[in-house]
Design a protein around this ligand. Structure first.
Ligand SMILES: [Zn+2]
Ligand SMILES: [Zn+2]
Length: 313
């Protein structure tokens, strides 16, 4: 599978001279499996450039894919109105995330385009869309096994593990270590993964200086989790808006002394993941209920047994 970073910043876009090295757009990562299925992880401002790329390349590949939203804070959904493939009549995208206590997943996504926040309602987008509400489970999308677990973040957040039989990739943004069940969830998602993309917004000094409980981790907590979960490669993600390129480079240099296979995510970085021993796939279980769909024939994900064993219970 191939991983590409389109947005790596947390909280708000930062188009400043001191942040453009690693990038100023908010969260958006793509995953292309060996069979060619496209997964889009979060729809922050980085998804705009992805949309331009997909449209310019549409002669070679269809405008389809699966969009996994970690949660509904603006930095993870603000790019949707500017993701131009959604306006294209021949596009089809399936959206996945959890149900909000007061609104359906679809309503939450559509709301940011309602009056008076945006001039064009989501219903005006000509492409087909399907919305799937998911919990903590495993299911197949295309050739890929997807496993989800809840992370520790205000108003909730889902972490994702993708396994196409060639490599395992874990996306876990917006997580504050809790030393309890949420860390165990993260361990399950990340165990033995070829790459872990993990929230590392703060320095340890910042965290202890009044940001405890804000829903984010530090680069030190990230590498501790990566080590415990035997992750092959750790990528620090969701960079603080105030973090300059120079500061990030210094963090990487310091952190690599403790965990050499470490990088800080940067916009435009693309990496291929594979392993010589294929990742084992579990048995299939049944069909995931399609909770809401605008499309006539969206792909129905299939539930399968959990790919990772629970630890401690
Ligand atoms: Zn965020
Ligand atoms: Zn958040």
């Amino acid at each position: 599978m191939r991983v590409k970073f389109w947005g790596v910043r947390g909280s708000i876009p930062t188009p400043t001279h001191s942040t453009m090295g690693y990038g100023g757009n908010t969260a958006c990562v793509t995953l292309r499996t060996e069979a060619g299925h496209l997964f889009i992880l979060d729809a922050g401002s980085g998804i705009r450039a992805l949309g331009q790329h997909l449209l310019s390349n549409r002669e070679n590949e269809p405008l389809t894919g699966s969009v996994f939203i970690s949660h509904f804070h603006w930095d993870h959904i603000m790019g949707i109105p500017f993701f131009m493939p959604l306006y294209h009549p021949n596009s089809h995208y399936s959206f996945f995330s959890f149900r909000h206590p007061h609104s359906s997943f679809q309503e939450v996504i559509e709301a940011q385009m309602n009056v008076p926040y945006f001039p064009v309602p989501m219903k005006s987008m000509a492409g087909e869309r399907a919305f799937y509400e998911i919990g903590e489970q495993s299911f197949e999308v295309g050739d890929c096994l997807v496993t989800t677990r809840r992370l520790n973040h205000p108003q909730g957040c889902l972490g994702y593990r993708f396994d196409d039989g060639h490599a395992a990739f874990t996306y876990a943004t917006d997580h504050e270590p809790d030393g309890g069940p949420f860390d165990r969830n993260l361990f399950e998602l990340a165990h033995d993964a070829d790459m872990l993309v993990l929230d590392a917004q703060y320095t340890p000094v910042e965290y202890e200086g009044g940001r405890r409980g804000w829903g984010h981790g530090t680069w030190e907590s990230a590498l501790q989790i990566a080590r415990e979960a035997s992750v092959k490669r750790l990528v620090l993600f969701h960079h603080d808006p105030d973090r300059t390129d120079l500061q990030l480079s210094q963090i990487v240099e310091k952190a690599r002394k403790q965990f050499p296979a470490l990088d800080a995510a940067s916009e435009g970085w693309e990496v291929r993941l594979s392993r010589t021993i294929p990742v084992a796939r579990p048995e299939k279980m049944g069909a995931l209920e399609r909770v809401y769909a605008l499309a006539a024939t969206p792909p129905i994900p299939r539930l399968v047994n959990s790919v990772v064993a629970r630890t401690g219970d």
